[in-house]
Design a protein around this ligand. Structure first.
Ligand SMILES: NC(=O)c1ccc[n+]([C@@H]2O[C@H](COP(=O)([O-])OP(=O)(O)OC[C@H]3O[C@@H](n4cnc5c(N)ncnc54)[C@H](OP(=O)(O)O)[C@@H]3O)[C@@H](O)[C@H]2O)c1
Length: 267
């Protein structure tokens, strides 16, 4: 149908990306869901199709590999889809001292969190600008506003995403384009991120009940912010206030405060 819309979501098989997939599906979007594993993609597709009357296409892609962004774009174009909304959700981190983590891990984080995100943004944004229609949701983080000792490369990657997104929002505004870019910057959210990032015994995880939001709540607010064309969306009053206060204090102090959340704590 002519007025059908399609959203492409990277990292749609888990956590915030999956919660976003539910939001878009509940709002009658067709979905292109992207992840590394065919089994989790299939499970996610089955879960969504059992609840919503929409079309879903799965694409298996490791976005930490060279040229994966181009390959994904080409596959989407070849199957004739128009992507009305791009959600760059897939992202990873790795806890530890910078000197203790091998460069291959940083390469993976930078490829996924920065290179593929930028490549997909570049390719799909061009199409959107040509149509003067479309929206992009970038997964930043409140980590993007401060240095993060023991999670240094992850924080730096999210600073890049926030900066890129804010700059693009201004460029699009200056062009009087109807296309918008929104940067979603969640605080700690209860997903598999922490176990995958070797963070299970850290303060942030141990204080889960106090600190963490549910992915559904984050996704609901993000969907609304995206539809309203907001530039930046930080879920929750505490995260907003903490980010505002932290921006006003010296970086060295910010780093010392942040480090405490990533230290190992006793059982
Ligand atoms: N959780 C938080 O506290 C938090 C806070 C702020 C921002 N964020 C950001 O939110 C985004 C989603 O994280 P999450 O917390 O929802 O984590 P998650 O539950 O671990 O989900 C990560 C998703 O990314 C996919 N993914 C990982 N590596 C990939 C790769 N190389 N290629 C393609 N897909 C890949 C995973 O699918 P497969 O493993 O099946 O490929 C999964 O669907 C990330 O960008 C993260 O930085 C999270």
């Amino acid at each position: 149908m002519e007025n059908e819309k399609t959203v492409l979501i990277t990292g749609a098989t888990s956590g915030i990306g999956k919660a976003l997939a539910h939001q878009f599906a509940a709002n009658s979007y067709n979905l292109i869901i992207v992840g590394r594993h065919s089994d989790t993609l299939l499970k996610t597709k089955e879960e969504l199709t059992s609840q919503y009357s929409i079309k879903i296409w799965n694409i298996e892609k490791d976005l930490a590999q060279d040229n994966a962004g181009q390959e994904l774009y080409d596959e989407v174009k070849q199957s004739g889809h128009t992507v009305n909304v791009l959600v760059n959700d897939a992202g990873v981190g790795e806890r530890g001292k910078f000197v203790d983590i091998p460069f291959t891990k940083y390469s993976e984080i930078i490829h996924l969190n920065i290179l593929s995100l930028t490549h997909l943004t570049s390719l799909f944004l061009n199409d959107m600008v040509n149509r003067n229609e479309g929206k992009i949701l970038q997964l930043g983080s409140i980590a993007g506003f401060q240095p993060g000792p023991l999670l240094a490369v992850y924080h730096a990657s999210k600073a890049y995403v926030v900066s890129l997104s804010e700059a693009l929002a201004t460029e699009l505004n200056d062009m009087n384009s109807d296309v918008t870019v929104t940067c979603l910057c969640p605080g700690p959210t209860d997903t598999n991120f922490f176990s995958k990032a070797n963070m299970e015994n850290t303060r942030v995880v141990k204080q889960k009940d106090k600190l963490m939001k549910e992915p559904k709540e984050v996704a609901e607010g993000a969907y609304k912010a995206l539809m309203d064309g907001e530039r930046l969306y930080i879920p929750g009053a505490t995260n907003k206030i903490m980010t505002f206060i932290r921006r006003a204090i010296p970086k060295s102090m910010q780093a010392n405060i942040q480090k405490q959340f990533y230290e190992q704590v006793e059982e």
